[in-house]
Write a protein that binds this ligand. Structure first.
Ligand SMILES: Cc1cc2nc3c(=O)[nH]c(=O)nc-3n(C[C@H](O)[C@H](O)[C@H](O)COP(=O)(O)OP(=O)(O)OC[C@H]3O[C@@H](n4cnc5c(N)ncnc54)[C@H](O)[C@@H]3O)c2cc1C
Length: 480
């Protein structure tokens, strides 16, 4: 059965026994813990979508690997058309549902890298990756991404850190597998998945060969501890006050590996430091178009909220507001256009993986994510100060205060006050709440910071040709 139901997903979580801490407590049953409730509901929704006739076509794919239908999240995409279909689904879906759990398709980059390592070194990593994905597809399991190391002193490479565990690394090799120590940071959703997929977060030198390690293992493997941060959704959310955080919220983890054994069949890289450069390149090509699609879709959401509140407040014709919404539309289109351009320019890898144009994809993400930060402020401005000063829902439902709120929170005559309040709570969550901070950070830090986008653009930009063009225009022949 390659496509699970949400009940099967919940059952599978009950059978796992990961070591999980959250808010000062150890949790043995994530399915029944109030801290995981809302994030679990979000994950269940992803399973539901595959059985929803209206969404099925978007979230069910055909896998030539096992000749069966598989989920959006375990499918290895081959060729530009599949990338294009994936981003179109995300663009449409994220503008309404915030998230398509796109990082779940991140490990596809290891597909191509292991192919290259095997060709050069005669290893058999690629076959292991293939077998791993076949298994994942058949059981419709989910994985979390353990890429980002704690990194300690950012100016130093892993092997020169005061504490060698600040980057995940191999401490021993045995005939049966490897033993790893260290940690990964920000592992989104980890206790609610089945496997953790680990890979290096940066390019490594020869002296850091033990840090060049990639593998995927069950999250309840002995020696793994998740120190989990609750999601930004309150423990008792309401539909009215928390329309955003009810729909999208993830727990985040510090994931510690204490002498964890990884069998060879689950190891995809063990010391091949010279391929970390390639892995980062391929991961960045894919991950940045996924993120740019997401930020573009969330910009659409902000534009929608800005237009609606402007209408409810009777200012939809104000020229500065129209101009701000116009800028949102332009930024969304630039981000989206770059995603489509990066895919159109993709280069086919012999493993079947399509490599989107890294420079165009990163340029699009850089532009759209920086403007997104401005747009959150603009949305707050367009909605007005009530976003942060409005009474709580409890006062709206209190019969004594409700008539006063009804009267004084009225906007345009034709709009019911309750609709305006609902929209203001939504904008409050997006811009002035714990969720808002998470929303912002997810646009700015997740999948690498804007600085990494600048680096990838510059690294792959043909500046030399531009200099030669200018020399030609000016009649300069010297080669200095
Ligand atoms: C909501 C969210 C979800 C995430 N989910 C995941 C996940 O599921 N899995 C995962 O692996 N990661 C995840 N991440 C991690 C994300 O990829 C990192 O936060 C991001 O890459 C930045 O790394 P950092 O947080 O260590 O910041 P840093 O790398 O410390 O960056 C902070 C600042 O320092 C600068 N800087 C850092 N190093 C240098 C240097 N050597 N020279 C000059 N400047 C430097 C950066 O450019 C930046 O301006 C998530 C992050 C967020 C916010």
């Amino acid at each position: 059965m390659a496509i699970r139901t949400k009940e099967q997903y919940l059952d599978s979580l009950r059978k796992q026994n990961p070591r999980v801490f959250i808010a000062g407590e150890q949790v043995t049953d994530v399915v029944n813990s109030s801290y995981f409730k809302s994030s679990l509901e979000e994950n269940c929704k992803f399973y539901d979508w595959m059985h929803d006739p209206e969404k099925r076509d978007d979230f069910v794919c055909w896998s030539p690997l096992i000749n069966e239908e598989v989920s959006f999240w375990t499918h290895i995409r081959q060729g530009k058309d599949e990338w294009r279909k994936m981003v179109e689904v995300m663009k449409k879906n994220n503008a309404r549902n915030f998230c398509s759990f796109c990082m779940g398709v991140g490990p596809a980059a290891i597909w191509a890298v292991t192919y290259e390592i095997d060709k050069t070194k005669g290893t058999n990593y690629h076959e292991r990756v293939k077998e791993f994905f076949k298994k994942m597809q058949k059981s419709d399991d989910r994985f979390c991404l353990g890429l980002m190391d704690p990194k300690g002193d950012r100016s130093l490479p892993p092997s020169r850190q005061a504490d060698p565990d600040l980057f995940l690394h191999i401490v021993d090799r045995t005939p049966d597998g490897i033993i790893v120590n260290g940690a990964k940071m920000h592992t989104s959703s980890a206790p609610l998945t089945h496997y953790i997929f680990c890979a290096p977060c940066g390019r490594l030198g020869e002296e850091d060969r033990d840090y060049a390690v990639s593998f995927a293992i069950p999250i309840d493997t002995k020696g793994i501890t998740f120190i989990t941060r609750p999601s930004p959704c309150p423990l008792q959310p309401t539909e009215m006050t928390n329309p955003a955080s009810i729909r999208h919220n993830m727990v985040e983890c510090l994931t510690v590996f204490d002498n964890v054994f990884v069998p060879w069949e689950n190891v995809f890289m063990a010391g091949e430091w010279e391929f970390t450069d390639r892995f980062i390149y391929l991961f960045s090509s894919y991950a940045r178009i996924a993120k740019a699609t997401c930020v573009s879709a969330r910009t659409d959401m902000i534009a929608g909220a800005a237009a609606l509140i402007a209408d409810y407040n009777g200012v939809s014709k104000a020229s500065h507001i129209r101009s701000k919404i116009n800028d949102m539309a332009i930024s969304s289109q630039i981000g989206w256009g770059c995603v489509l351009g990066a895919i159109a320019n993709a280069v086919e890898h012999p493993s079947g993986f399509s490599i989107p144009d890294i420079s165009i994809g990163n340029a699009g993400l850089y532009y759209t994510r920086l403007r997104f930060v401005e747009f959150l402020g603009m949305l707050m401005e367009i909605a007005g100060g009530a976003v942060t000063t409005m009474p709580l829902e409890a006062d709206y439902v209190n019969p004594e205060t409700r008539p006063l709120i009804e009267k004084y929170f009225k906007g345009k005559e034709s709009v019911p006050t309750e609709d305006r309040l609902r929209l203001l709570y939504f904008i409050q969550e997006l811009t002035a709440s714990r969720f808002g901070g998470y929303f912002l950070s997810s646009a700015i830090c997740a999948v690498g910071t804007p600085e990494t986008n600048r680096l990838e653009v510059m690294r792959n930009y043909d500046l030399r040709t531009q200099i030669e063009n200018v020399k030609d225009i000016c009649g300069i022949n010297s080669q200095v």
